[in-house]
Design a protein around this ligand. Structure first.
Ligand code: NDP
Ligand code: GDR
Length: 376
C-alpha cells in the first residue's frame, strides 16, 4: 500500500455488481476491502480471478466476513478499514423472493444501509467517508410517469422495493442531517454473464443454451410481457464510482432509455443460438414453438418442439409492468452514456452459457453426472 492509494469498502462484493466494481477500482489503484458472507460452500466465484494471497505483503484486495444484519461487525470493519468510499451493494436482491422472505429483506435492504450510515456517524467519519447506496428502478413500481427520472414519484410494488425506498430516504436524510457525502444511484436493470441465474435474462440465456445442448427440455417463464430497460453491469459500475467523485452529492437515474419485453429478450437470445421462435397461444397456456433451426447450432432440437411455456408460479403478487429510465441528468452532469447495447450483451451472455452447456454435455457424454440446476 502506498500513502496515496484510496481505500474503498464494498458490501455485496461477491455479487454481479460487486465483482465488476472491485475490478474497476483495483484498476484505478484503490485498496479494495469487501464484505463476504459465510456460506457452507464457496461463494466467491465471481471474484476468484481477483484473489490475492493474504500471505503476500500488502494485497490490494482484502475480504472480511460480515453481514448487513450485524451492526457490531459492520462498525468494526469500517473502523479497521477507514474507507474513503463505501459502496453499499449488498442486498437480498430478488424481487420475487422478497414476497417469500419480506422481513429478512427489510432487515438487509432497509436497516442494513441504516446500520452502515450509523457506523459512519458513530466513528466520526462524516467528513471522510463517501457513501453510495444501490437504489433501484423498482422504486417507481406502479409507474406514475414515462420515462422515469429523478423527480418521478415512487410507488413500490414489492417488499424488496419498499425496503429499498426506506434505504433511499435514509441516505438522503443522513446527507441532509449530518453532511455525509451520500448518494443514491437509481439503477435500472443491468445484466451480464455474471448475472445471478434466477434473474430473467440469465434464466433465459442459460435455459436456452441448455435446451440447445439437450440438457433441458423446456423453459418455464412468468410474465413475458413485462417491459424492462436493460443495460450492462460494466457500464453501470463506472457510474457508481463517478457519482462519488463530484463536488456535491446527488442522486442519479442510470438507464439506457430503451425498453424491451421479456418476450423480445427470449426471441433475440434464441436467434443467437440459431433458433427461430414462434409464440402461440396466450397468457397461461402460451407456448413457444421452435419454428426453424439453422445448421447444427441446436443439435438437440427439431422443428415443432415446444421449448418455452408459461408457468403462473413465476407470476408475482404485484408486478412492475413497465420501466423506462431517462438518464439525461447523468449524461449532462457526469458525461455518462452506456456503451454496451442489448444485442452485444445478449451475444456475451449466450456465448458464456453455451460454453458452459457444452462442457456439461461433454461430461455427461463421458459418463460423469452433472447437476444442471434449475429454479425461478
Ligand atoms: P446480486 O444479487 O448479484 O449480489 C448481492 C450481493 O449482496 C451478494 O454479494 C450477496 O452475497 C450480498 N448479500 C446478500 N445478503 C447479504 C447480507 N445479509 N449481508 C451482506 N451481504 C449480503 O446483486 P447485484 O450485484 O445485481 O446488485 C447489487 C445491488 O444493486 C443490490 O443492492 C441490488 O438490490 C441493487 N440493484 C441491482 C440492479 C440490477 O439490475 N442488477 C438494479 C438496481 C439495483 P452472496 O454472494 O453471499 O449471496
Ligand atoms: P426485476 O428482475 O424483478 O426487474 O429486478 P427479474 O430479472 O427478476 O425480472 C424482470 C421481469 O421479468 C419477469 N419475468 C421473470 N422474472 C424471473 N426472475 N423469472 C421468470 O421466470 C420470469 N418470467 C418473467 C418478471 O416478472 C419481471 O417483470 C431486478 C433485480 O436485479 C433487482 O435487484 C433490481 O432492483 C431491479 O432489477 C432493477
Amino acid at each position: 500500500m502506498t500513502s496515496k492509494q484510496k481505500v474503498a469498502l464494498i458490501t455485496g462484493i461477491t455479487g454481479q455488481d460487486g465483482s465488476y466494481l472491485a475490478e474497476f477500482l483495483l484498476e484505478k489503484g484503490y485498496i479494495v476491502h469487501g464484505i463476504k458472507r459465510r456460506a457452507s460452500s464457496f461463494n466467491t466465484e465471481r471474484i476468484d480471478h481477483l484473489y490475492q494471497d493474504p500471505h503476500v505483503n500488502h494485497p490490494d484486495l482484502i475480504l472480511h466476513y460480515g453481514d448487513l444484519t450485524d451492526t457490531s461487525n459492520l462498525v468494526r470493519i469500517i473502523q479497521q478499514t477507514q474507507p474513503d468510499e463505501i459502496y453499499n451493494l449488498g442486498a437480498q436482491s430478488h424481487v420475487a423472493v422478497s414476497f417469500e422472505s419480506p422481513e429478512y429483506t427489510a432487515d438487509v435492504d432497509a436497516i442494513g444501509p441504516l446500520r452502515m450510515l450509523e457506523a459512519i456517524r458513530i466513528l466520526g467519519l462524516e467528513k471522510k467517508t463517501r457513501f453510495y447506496q444501490a437504489s433501484t428502478s423498482e422504486l417507481y413500481g406502479l409507474v406514475q410517469e414515462i420515462p422515469q427520472k429523478e423527480t418521478t414519484p415512487f410507488y413500490p410494488r414489492s417488499p424488496y422495493a419498499v425496503a429499498k425506498m426506506y434505504a433511499y430516504w435514509i441516505t438522503v436524510n443522513y446527507r441532509e442531517a449530518y453532511g455525509i457525502y451520500a448518494c443514491n444511484g437509481i439503477l435500472f436493470n443491468h445484466e451480464s454473464k455474471r448475472r445471478g441465474e434466477t434473474f430473467v435474462t440469465r434464466k433465459v440465456t442459460r435455459g436456452l443454451a441448455n435446451i440447445a445442448q439437450g440438457l433441458e427440455k423446456c423453459l418455464f417463464m412468468g410474465n413475458i410481457d413485462a417491459l424492462r430497460d436493460w443495460g450492462h453491469a460494466k457500464d453501470y459500475v463506472r457510474m457508481q464510482w463517478l457519482m462519488l467523485q463530484q463536488d456535491k452529492p446527488e442522486d442519479y437515474v442510470i438507464a439506457t432509455g430503451v425498453q424491451f419485453t421479456v418476450r423480445e429478450f427470449i426471441t433475440r437470445s434464441a436467434q443467437q443460438l440459431g433458433i427461430t421462435l414462434k409464440f402461440e397461444g396466450v397468457a397461461e397456456n402460451e407456448k413457444a414453438i421452435v419454428a426453424a433451426i439453422e445448421g447444427d447450432k441446436a443439435p438437440a432440437l427439431k422443428v415443432g418442439d415446444v421449448i418455452v411455456q408459461i408457468d403462473p408460479r413465476y407470476y408475482r403478487p404485484t408486478e412492475v409492468e413497465t420501466l423506462l429510465g431517462d438518464p439525461a441528468k447523468a449524461k449532462a452532469k457526469l458525461g455518462w452514456v452506456p456503451e454496451i447495447t442489448l444485442d452485444q450483451m445478449i451475444v456475451e451472455m449466450v456465448a458464456n452459457d453455451l460454453d458452459k452447456a457444452k462442457q456439461h454435455a461433454l461430461l455427461l457424454k463421458h459418463g460423469h453426472s452433472v447437476a444442471v440446476g434449475k429454479e425461478n
